[in-house]
Design a protein around this ligand. Structure first.
Ligand SMILES: *Cc1c(COP(=O)(O)O)cnc(C)c1O
Length: 355
């Protein structure tokens, strides 16, 4: 039976990306050696990093003066590196969920944190708008896509202070105005690559402004200076990211990815809104195109296990919602096909008929 992978992360990747990475793990560039057993400083590997950086810049239209870094530690280490490198006295955080809360918690170790707005009052089902940004803070931190709650801020905010964004789960799903950000980061395992690499896009002249000493590995300037080669970078995940960046380019770039994301979302949200059994959890104006969250209506709540079993029997993988929201979550990253979301919708319709 054909499987449709709706996992939230690590998550679906295009088949050709997986195949190219698997082939390089057996024989890298016809060298007779595995990608796993060559030096990251080998002359064959440097072009992989260079091309990945170049494709980041091309696909996201990154202006001059920004560096693209490939680091370890996941988005969670960025929660600490961001304040380490940017927080002198005070930072502003927008609280839109568990990840945003975790980012804020780390910042509190380094200075004062102002929460500019929070949607905790409604279990993070919406993105707060029209909040004040303190102009005396060192930066504003936002989470553009809230993977758990299915909410997304699909625009580039105007901020009077440096803007820093966790884009772990919606990078490469739309065109960005990178010039509005001081730094963008994310774990790769949602929409870019396999787990193990963290991407960072950083404005070089935004760095070096804090007075505290920063440990070498946690200092962004180290990695800017060394082109992500200060120590051994995650070689296989970077190679996998490169394959996916090539795939995105060949398939029309981020504008095409956004078009596809909108098509998918329209199909799934359309069915959620039509279907007698289900209801979406996120406020309509904050709905994510990447993670689509829905539950059974109160009068059908007892069918939750049945729907999960039914969907699984039809080849749907990973549609169980996060425990903080319950119900279901269909993660629709770049590699999810229209056929995949139509199969999910068919499942929901058949389930409705049976109940
Ligand atoms: C998954 C996720 C994280 C955590 O990423 P790790 O790479 O596992 O540390 C952080 N932020 C968001 C928005 C996420 O979706």
């Amino acid at each position: 039976m054909k499987k449709y992978n709706f996992n939230a992360g690590p998550s679906i990747l295009p088949r050709e990306v997986i195949e190219a990475t698997a082939a390089a793990c057996l024989d890298f560039n016809g060298s007779g050696l595995s990608l796993m057993e060559i030096s990251h400083r080998a002359k064959d590997f440097q072009p992989v990093v260079d091309e990945a950086v170049a494709l980041f810049k091309e696909l996201l239209n990154i202006p001059e003066g920004y560096s693209v870094l490939f680091l370890g530690g996941g988005a969670s280490l960025e929660f600490c590196m961001v304040p380490y490198n940017f927080l002198e006295k005070k930072a502003a955080y927008l609280n839109t969920g568990v990840w945003a809360t975790k980012a804020q918690k780390e910042a509190k170790l380094f200075g004062e944190v102002v929460e500019v707005a929070s949607s905790a009052d409604k279990n993070f089902t919406y993105i707060p708008r029209n909040f004040d940004i303190p102009t005396d803070a060192d930066y504003l931190h936002i989470t553009t896509n809230n993977t758990i709650y299915g909410t997304e801020l699909r625009e580039d905010l105007d901020s009077p202070i440096p803007l820093i964004a966790d884009m772990s789960s919606d990078i490469f799903s739309r065109p960005l105005d990178v010039s509005k950000y001081a730094l963008i980061y994310g774990g790769a395992q949602k929409n870019l690559s396999m787990a193990g690499v963290t991407f960072v896009i950083v404005k070089e002249d935004a760095l070096g402004k804090v007075s505290r000493p920063i440990p070498t590995m946690l200092n962004y300037q180290t990695h800017v200076k060394k082109g992500s080669m200060f120590n051994t970078p995650p070689v296989v995940p970077i190679f996998c990211a490169l394959q996916n960046l090539r795939y995105i380019k060949e398939h029309g770039g981020v504008a095409a990815m956004e078009k596809l994301a909108k098509e998918r979302a329209e199909i799934v949200y359309g069915e959620i809104d039509r279907n007698r059994l289900f209801v979406g959890t996120a406020e309509e104006s904050s709905r994510s195109l990447m993670n689509i969250t829905f539950v059974l209506k109160d009068e059908y709540k007892e069918l939750e296990k049945d729907f999960l079993e039914f969907a699984t029997s039809k080849g749907m993988v990973g549609v169980k919602g996060h425990r903080d929201v319950g119900g279901f979550r269909a993660s629709c990253y770049n590699a999810m096909t229209i056929e995949g979301v139509k199969a999910l919708v068919a499942c929901m319709q058949e389930f409705e008929k049976n109940h």
